[in-house]
Design a protein around this ligand. Sequence first.
Ligand code: ZN
Ligand code: ZN
Length: 365
Amino acid sequence: MRTTVAVVNGPGQDFALEEVELEGPRADEVLVRVVATGLCHTDVTMASMLPAEMYPHVFGHEGAGVVEAVGPDVAGIEVGDHVVLSFRSCRQCDRCRAGEVGYCESSLLLNYMGMRMDGSTAYSRDSGPVFSHFFGQSSFSRHALAYADNCVVVDRELDLTRVAPYGCGFQTGAGTVLNVLRPGPGDSLVVWGAGAVGLAAVAAAATTGTGTVVAVDLVADRLERAAALGAVTVDPSTPGEQPVVDRVKELTGGGATYGIDTTAVPAVVKQAQQALGVRGELVVLGLGAEEYQLDAIDMLQNGKVVKGSIEGDSDPQEMVPRLIAMNAAGSFPVDDWIRTYSFEDIGTAVADLHDGRVVKAVLVW
Ligand SMILES: [Zn+2]
Ligand SMILES: [Zn+2]
């Protein structure tokens, strides 16, 4: 069938709408008519960092839509189901069986290689194949091929433009709090970068009764949103403001129990480590920098931990419904962070995300 994709034709090039040919679903695949797809920093970062031979490439990994066809081997999903698309895992390896699906032994092949395991791609155009299967979906497309394990079936009453970001950004921030750190009333948590991932972390921290939550960002609108969720806010660029590490230590009674970095800015990661208290723990979530520099003496002397997490250690089949239920109950108030853009305006959405003018851009057909 013919469909329209927002494709990137070379490293760092703009997204361009083009018609391509899409294969029908294979035995284990699900054809989804995409209604909305969240735009995540990972789409933009990957669109400029892949080797030149991996273009043209269709990104998009926060899709939501309606199932139009299912392969004969797909269980649990029917035509007409509404689904939120997330990352893919094999569900069979030791990591997957331990519930750590984000660390699936086949994660690289299933999510990032731009093709199926057999080397084929679902999209093609006259000049040849189009790399796809990004996070098992490539949902910057009117139609996406996904898999049973990364399709989360949701209530048909839900607005698909509101639930698309649950498949990556929202579950990453919230999962880091609810699965990885689990802060409680005696703890402090500092969130570095209050975009969609950071704000989702702040919102989740409010539900665990976290003692003190601090949000650090340079954008006033984001800090206002964090404050509305109960966070104390710090803008390091404010004239006369004391150094950010000192300020955060003061607000957290000598240093934070926990930190979450969503910026992937090396200087910020180092500050986030330094602002931890003794035995404090920092989780880094951002994609962008190749290396971080840490304060070695501080790390050793104070027994600090710096670690990474994929998708907040979430299993989307568990976390997406959980967060949607929290949202319905009023305890995960994320709806007004979303601004919708038509796919024709994807360039504007990318620019607004880059400049911090939008918390969560969602593209709609
Ligand atoms: Zn696996
Ligand atoms: Zn993402």
